[in-house]
Design a binder for this molecule. Sequence first.
Ligand code: CAA
Ligand code: NAD
Length: 287
Amino acid sequence: MTEAVSRVGVVGAGQMGGGIAEVSARAGADVLVWEATEELAAGGRARILKSLDRAVSSGKITERERDQAAERLTFTTDLADFADRQLVVEAIVENEAVKAEIFGKLDAVITDPDAVLASNTSSLPIQRIATATKNPGRVLGLHFFNPVPVLPLVEVISSLSTSEAAAARAEQFASEVLGKQVVRATDRSGFIVNALLVPYLLSAIRMYESGFATAEDIDKGMMLGCAHPMGPLKLADLVGLDTVKFIADAMYAEYKEPTYAAPPLLLRLVEAGYVGKKSGRGIYEYP
Ligand code: CAA
Ligand code: NAD
């Protein structure tokens, strides 16, 4: 087994990249985060610091642990700075072409053959991302759940080309360094969790769109009737309606089944820029 990962790279400081960077820094890793511009990097850093403050307020970490985690986080806009990273998690927009370009660059910059290049993709086949590299054996899926500091699961997805050494190293990082629970999934769009969750979220949007029930009652039904922590429409807003649409499109392209087709209301909300909690308005409003 190769040495445990202590130098982590995170590509993207949106809600998922920020969460992955935060839990990695809290676990003691040296974390380098890439964003496209200084402004996006500053925004990402501010969100992580706010989340660390929240962890202090709820008694999960001490002020000293917060400060130490913050010191372990560095930001860059240059992927060439990732040359010494042992494991990179890409967490940018759910778009195959954009991810493929990033993986091609990471593969060229990181020469250590034992380094792991992971994608946090929700739905894109890992095989297609891996083909953008010359070393597909070290490319895999490392799929975290939102909010990352709260949810304990990580899916590890091997493509047909992924080496078992890379998968084992990624699993060891997720379980032993981050303290997450790991499940292994096959390289099919949506893996385990989203293959079940996304048709449910889309069904809830269709139910609301048809006027069958109010958004509040649909959510209340699943919270109180099935003990879910939040209803499907609030959850779609939390994930991001843009991301829900990108995932639905990828799953529809993979399976060609109507259950994965994005309903018109989802398309209209995304076109309007009402993409959920992160934009202040989605199915619900977030003042
Ligand atoms: N970051 C860090 N911590 C957070 C947080 C965030 N964004 N949101 C909530 N928390 C913490 C709070 O600090 C609080 O911690 P304490 O109990 O220690 O005080 C705890 O979580 C509960 O938070 P709240 O009391 O504020 O709110 P809540 O009880 O309503 O829980 C929730 C909020 C954690 C989001 C909960 O509703 C939940 O788990 N919802 C379901 C989330 C889910 O299903 N996620 C999966 C999405 S699908 C996915 O991720 C895959 C994909 O590819 C799309
Ligand atoms: P987000 O909208 O919060 O962040 C998007 C990130 O992508 C930002 O860092 C942004 O700067 C970057 N980005 C956008 N366009 C780009 C481009 N053209 N080139 C380079 N970078 C670009 O999204 P998120 O929710 O953090 O999702 C990120 C990834 O994680 C996606 O692949 C998504 O499917 C996956 N994911 C999301 C969730 C969720 O619940 N939101 C859960 C698990 C996995």
